[in-house]
Ligand binder design. Structure first.
Ligand SMILES: C[S@@+](CC[C@H](N)C(=O)[O-])C[C@H]1O[C@@H](n2cnc3c(N)ncnc32)[C@H](O)[C@@H]1O
Length: 294
């Protein structure tokens, strides 16, 4: 660029690495590559082949704006505008929580319950309470064709994002419905007592905890924090789910490892079987409670 000629993607990538490093970003090479992929529309070997091509001005401007946003502290996922969750590529922005890898392991626990139930009856009716970007609901619908899935959220803004992601889901979208409202209030009362699996990744962070700035300053607080040291929403979901589930149904809830003992106690008073699943880092992450006590 020094001679005034328009920059190639290789030059822009080097500029991105320098800009991100100077802005204190931890993995400037990896992030620069992700941004160049996004701005150029080329991934993997496609990008390698395109590195010496001149970038159109608008794409170069888009890359520079991404670098600016990232160095101002905005999470990479919002800057890119999309993020992977299991095999899905989901649109994400400040209206929704960024889908986390630990939630991918919660989906594994949900699929195990669906497989247990679908061996005796189908379709399997699943509700994802607090669906945010739609991550859990859409992954479940696309990975198990025997399901009918509801995704709910109290945030209308989040539901706009979930609807956008649903539109890109393909055939499985026909088995997904989205609804607004607080926890079970979003659902038609005709579903009471008829659900096979209730899953939720509710807000579960203690409001007095200090989350990293990149999380606290950018992600929706209604998706992160919950009263009673983080368990207020989990408590409500555990208390109300038995009346919505069938006799052999299951509740699967994401939670933080410190909450395990308290949540297991609460669930054991309402379900015949309770277990805790770990995430890939080996930390307690999902409460699985089966067969509500009547
Ligand atoms: C931790 S985020 C989970 C988002 C998504 N399910 C995921 O795993 O990435 C919690 C979600 O619960 C929603 N939420 C918070 N309070 C709620 C309520 N009372 N009823 C329904 N949804 C609620 C938030 O808007 C947010 O989308």
């Amino acid at each position: 660029m020094t001679d005034g000629s328009p920059p190639t993607w290789r030059m822009l990538q080097a500029e991105a690495v320098d800009g991100l490093r100077a802005g204190g970003v931890e993995s400037p090479e990896t992030e620069a590559r992700r941004m160049v992929e996004e701005a150029s529309g080329c991934t993997g070997t496609e990008l390698v082949m395109a590195l010496d091509e001149v970038a159109v001005e608008r794409a170069a401007a888009r890359l520079r704006s991404m670098i600016e946003r990232r160095t101002a502290g905005e999470p990479l996922q919002y800057v890119l505008g999309s993020w992977g969750f299991r095999h899905l590529d989901l649109m994400v922005d400040r209206r929704v929580l960024i889908p986390r890898p630990e939630t991918e392991s919660v989906v594994d626990a949900v699929l195990a319950e669906i497989d247990r139930i679908s061996a005796t009856r189908q379709p399997v009716d699943v509700v994802d309470l607090g669906t945010g970007s739609g991550a859990i609901a859409l992954a479940v619908a696309s990975e198990r064709t025997c399901t009918r899935v509801w995704g709910t959220d109290a945030s209308e803004d989040a539901l706009v994002v979930a609807r956008g992601n649903l539109a890109g889901l393909g055939r499985a979208a026909a088995r997904v419905r989205l609804a607004a409202g607080s926890w079970f209030e979003a659902l038609p009362s005709s579903l009471r007592g008829g659900l096979d699996v209730v899953v939720s990744n509710p807000p579960y962070v203690d409001p007095s905890a200090r989350l990293p700035d990149e999380v606290h300053d950018w992600e929706p607080h209604t998706a992160l924090y919950s009263d009673s040291a983080g368990t207020a929403d989990l408590d409500r979901i555990i208390a109300e789910s038995p009346e919505w589930l069938r006799g052999d149904g299951a509740l699967v809830c994401e939670h933080s490892p410190e909450q395990t003992a308290e949540l297991v106690d609460r669930a054991a008073a309402r379900f015949a079987e309770v277990e805790v699943r770990r995430d890939l880092a080996g930390r307690d992450r999902a409460l699985v409670a089966r067969r509500p006590l009547r």
